[in-house]
Design a protein around this ligand. Structure first.
Ligand code: GLN
Length: 497
């Protein structure tokens, strides 16, 4: 593991802009998309030992940026014209190597484009490359990636390298550190919100079904959802407006109109009821997190919201439920990597041996663990005891939220139980690592939208996030309340320090 080199590209103000500001700059001809893209490519080069990208695609990026500049010159501007983005390496982009952070996809170049990245391309964006991630999105620290861990641009006073969180650690570190203007990510149990919180940026997981899953490598299909990493709430609204929409190619994609997210940003929270779930106050939770949570409630109250204590009684079952269901779905989804159809093939004397050799060599330890757990809970003797039981508990967890949203408009919680931890202090046992997801997993089980807003610093000077959870298909309430929190917190990002 190497420490981060200083990044001389940080002197360039172009890598500090938000999407909204960059759009304005392009429109006013202050710079071109090629210049903007070059600034990011330069920054990526200097910060290469952050390991935020698995693959950089500078030629493709510059080609797309030139096309954007041509369209701008002709006055044909698209919604996110010329904006350089990082793409999590779980999204298929046509003709570009994709790995899902795994050895098993070695050499795989998708022949098609995910719907979300196609939507982003249609909107005029420029892809800088594929960002690093935990293998098959399984992890909370970006350390299960076959391509090595990512380093968080933030440092603790003792100078130790920190995790940016996971599984979308590359996307988070890239946006926080000035290696992408914004990025795509996915969230199955917290993989957008937790790394966003650890890196001091905004992470949005939309409602399940809001964005198409087509062309995104499946981890746990009933939980996976695409979303964004951005520098502020407005940018999250701009990204979602483009990424979202019904897709006939994904039967779980919702046949709803995409509302105008940007319009609500200035609406504030006057008259909204904000729920504070008492079960999210964990035993032994860090005081700085509890204090920030109280501050967040105060900010919303000062802006005219009513704060209401609520109960989500089945919260304590969320983590065990998730860690039965997600591996079950993963074991089924990952059966397709057999050494015949995709990527890596390790030969054997028989077909069974080929499967065994390929899967033993191709999958890392955490992925193998999940496949084993998943296969076990789905097996004939244990299906009722584990899988079916977990499905029933999942329904209770979803019902808790449903009942809560009869009385409140949005729920406020911390995003994570701690700030980013040092890479050499990472938990060695899987269960301690799984505890990272305790506050984020319930929203996935219930299919609800959630956002993490950078809101303050831990007593070690590291970013902490506040999470807002909304009713299904009401991302607008997250943008409204998120904007209020963001303004009240006036958090200084890594790039503004
Ligand atoms: N950290 C969780 C896990 O390991 C969530 C991952 C995710 O959201 N993709 O499963």
């Amino acid at each position: 593991m190497t420490s981060l080199a200083p990044n001389p590209a940080l002197k360039n103000d172009l890598i500090r802009l938000t999407l909204a500001e960059a759009k304005e700059g392009l429109r006013d001809k202050k710079f071109s998309s090629v210049e903007l893209t070059q600034a990011y490519l330069e920054s990526m080069k200097y910060y290469r030992n952050m390991n935020a990208y698995i693959l950089e695609t500078p030629e493709l990026a510059l080609e797309r940026a030139r096309e954007s500049d041509e369209r701008i010159a002709k006055g044909e501007t698209r919604p996110l014209e010329g904006m350089p983005l990082g793409i999590k390496d779980l999204f298929c982009t046509e003709g570009v190597q994709m790995t899902a952070g795994s050895h098993i996809l070695e050499g795989f170049k998708p022949g098609y484009e995910s719907t979300v990245t196609q939507n982003l391309k249609n909107a005029g964006t420029v892809f800088l490359g594929k960002t690093n991630m935990d293998e098959f999105a399984m992890g909370s620290a970006n350390i299960t990636s076959y391509f090595g861990n990512v380093i968080n641009p933030w440092k603790r006073a003792d100078g130790k390298d920190l995790t940016p969180g996971g599984s979308s650690g590359g996307s988070a570190a890239a946006v926080a550190g000035g290696l992408a203007l914004a990025a795509t990510a996915t969230d199955t149990g917290g993989s957008i919100r937790q790394p966003a919180a650890f890196s001091g940026i905004v992470g949005l997981k939309p409602t399940y079904g809001r964005c198409s899953r087509w062309g995104i490598v499946a981890f746990a299909s009933s939980l996976d959802q695409a979303g964004s990493m951005t520098r502020d709430v407005r940018d999250a609204a701009l990204m979602l407006a483009v990424m979202a929409g019904h897709d006939p190619k994904d039967s779980t994609s919702a046949p709803f109109e995409v509302p105008s997210f940007e319009k609500v940003l200035t609406q504030g929270v006057k008259g909204l009821k904000v729920g504070i779930p008492r079960e999210y106050r964990l035993d032994g939770m860090n005081e700085d997190i509890v204090n920030l949570w109280e501050k967040g409630a105060k900010w919303l109250k000062e802006a005219g919201a009513e704060i209401v204590e609520i109960s989500l009684p089945h919260t304590k079952y969320s983590l065990p439920t998730y860690y039965v269901l997600a591996p079950a779905e993963a074991s089924s989804n990952l059966a397709r990597y057999d050494g015949v159809r995709y990527g890596l093939r390790v030969p054997g004397k028989t077909l069974d041996e080929l499967y065994e050799n390929t899967r033993s060599e191709g999958f890392g330890t955490e992925v193998q663990r999940r496949i084993l757990i998943g296969t076990y809970v789905l097996s004939a003797g244990y299906y009722d005891a584990y899988y079916l039981k977990a499905q029933k508990v999942r329904a209770l967890i979803a019902r808790d939220f449903k009942l809560a949203f009869q009385n409140v408009d949005v729920i406020l919680t911390p995003t994570t139980p701690s700030a980013a931890f040092a890479l050499d202090e990472k938990p060695t046992d899987p269960v301690t690592m799984y505890l990272n997801d305790v506050l984020t997993v319930p929203a996935n089980l219930a299919g609800l939208p959630g956002i993490s807003i950078p809101a303050g610093l831990s007593n070690e000077g590291l970013p902490l996030g506040l999470q807002l959870i909304g009713p299904a298909f009401d991302e607008n309430v997250l943008f409204r309340a998120g904007r209020v929190l963001e303004e009240a917190a006036s958090f200084k990002s890594f790039l503004e320090r």
